[in-house]
Design a protein. Structure first.
Length: 394
């Protein structure tokens, strides 16, 4: 599909002081005085002319997303939280950020401090913000998504358009050998306003709208950091806004991760004036995301069903309510149970003890107080999911 290609423009270059500090005088003298940055076309009114085959491909993928969101062969809504976390983990994996399911679950309740887990957890917040703000995909909503991702990292200007040049790949002193140099910072506000105008179009099929918006966002690269994760969250927000999904987050990033080279190549093609590769890539990633999402849900259902024969408790017991919590938060504390289920501390402790006795939970700390409990079976299922993504990406 033909699309407006980016151009380039030459600009004067002043090296950043922090980069020069560890650089020799000879190396400083060799730094070029200029560089070329992208000139990105506006797209708000560009016709989106899909061939019949491409339109059918996108429509097929969109139908699969909608069917999965609706539940398919069974109810998926109880797994919405873990699917959202799985999408966030896959999106982070594309940026080479990985974490075990246990570390991520511990970080979610403040029981761990591993940096990668905390970074991925920030991406979970970004996805949550994207889902909550999908009804109004304006500039404020996009800034809020980035703010959720970068909270606690003021040096990266959370929720603000960048004010300096960034580039992808290459060295840190000069963008001349970069793989891609986005537009200068002064162009970002107008380009993002144009992208927001594109997002409200009703003459573009939903998946095509989301894929093009994502590619344009990554081309603008409007933030100092976190563009990839925010851009993939924007894709999901677009699918929710257009009604393709309404309840759950399909792990589309799992599909993108499995074809990482193709995904990055499709973004390059988009910038060169061919949008079809990114549309095909997102359609295939959507199908793959549905497949791995269904597989994860089935595995978790099997784990939950296995507990039925091992736990002896009344149907209305707190024990079963905790069991349901474990499917979305496989590491818990008594305090979390008392707060989330509105039960007394003794009731929570007794229910947790019964789950330990049944082999559903394992106590992690060995302490008498402030104990942390984990579900090895749920964590194993989630780690298996993550390992599968890693194998696909290789």
């Amino acid at each position: 599909m033909r699309w407006p290609a980016i151009g380039t423009r030459e600009h004067p270059w002043t090296a950043r002081p922090e980069g020069l500090a560890a650089t020799s005088r000879r190396a400083r003298r060799s730094i070029p005085a200029t560089y070329h940055a992208a000139v990105v076309p506006m797209i708000a009114a560009v016709p989106v002319d899909l061939t019949g085959d491409l339109a059918a491909d996108l429509d097929d993928a969109a139908r699969l997303l909608t069917a999965f969101d609706a539940g398919g062969a069974g109810e998926v809504a109880p797994f919405a939280s873990i699917l959202l976390r799985s999408e966030s983990a896959a999106s982070s994996h594309i940026e080479n950020l990985t974490s075990s399911a246990r570390a991520l679950a511990e970080a979610a309740i403040g029981a761990g401090d591993r940096s990668n887990a905390l970074t991925i957890l920030a991406n979970v917040r970004t996805m949550q913000a994207a889902m909550e703000l999908a009804g109004d995909l304006g500039e404020a909503s996009i800034l809020a998504m980035h703010r959720a991702l970068m909270t606690g990292r003021p040096g990266l200007h959370p929720g603000q358009w960048r004010t300096e040049q960034v580039w992808v790949g290459g060295g840190g002193l000069h963008p001349g050998d970069a793989e891609f140099v986005p537009p200068v910072a002064a162009d970002v506000p107008a380009l993002m306003a144009d992208l927001v105008a594109f997002l409200v179009r009703d003459d573009v099929p939903p998946l095509a709208l989301g894929a093009v918006a994502h590619a344009q966002f990554e081309t603008i690269h409007p933030f100092a950091d976190g563009n990839g994760r925010t851009g993939r969250a924007l894709l999901h927000a677009c699918l929710l806004n257009t009604g393709v999904i309404s309840r759950v987050t399909v792990p589309i990033s799992a599909g993108l991760l499995a074809a990482k080279g193709r995904y990055f190549g499709a973004l390059t093609s988009y910038r060169a004036g061919d949008a079809e590769p990114i549309l095909r890539c997102v359609a295939d990633a959507a199908r793959a995301g549905v497949a791995v999402g269904e597989q994860l849900v089935r595995r978790l259902r099997d784990v939950r069903a296995g507990w039925d024969g091992r736990v002896d408790a009344r149907v209305d017991s707190v024990v079963w309510r905790i069991a349901d919590v474990l499917l979305r938060q496989p590491v818990v504390t008594a305090r979390l149970v008392t707060t989330e289920l509105q039960v007394s501390a003794p009731t929570a402790q007794a229910a947790l003890a019964r789950l330990v006795a049944a082999g559903v939970l394992v106590e992690s700390t060995g302490w008498k107080r402030n104990r942390v409990y984990r579900s090895p079976e749920v964590l194993e299922a989630l780690d298996g999911y993550a390992e599968g993504l890693g194998r696909r990406s290789r």
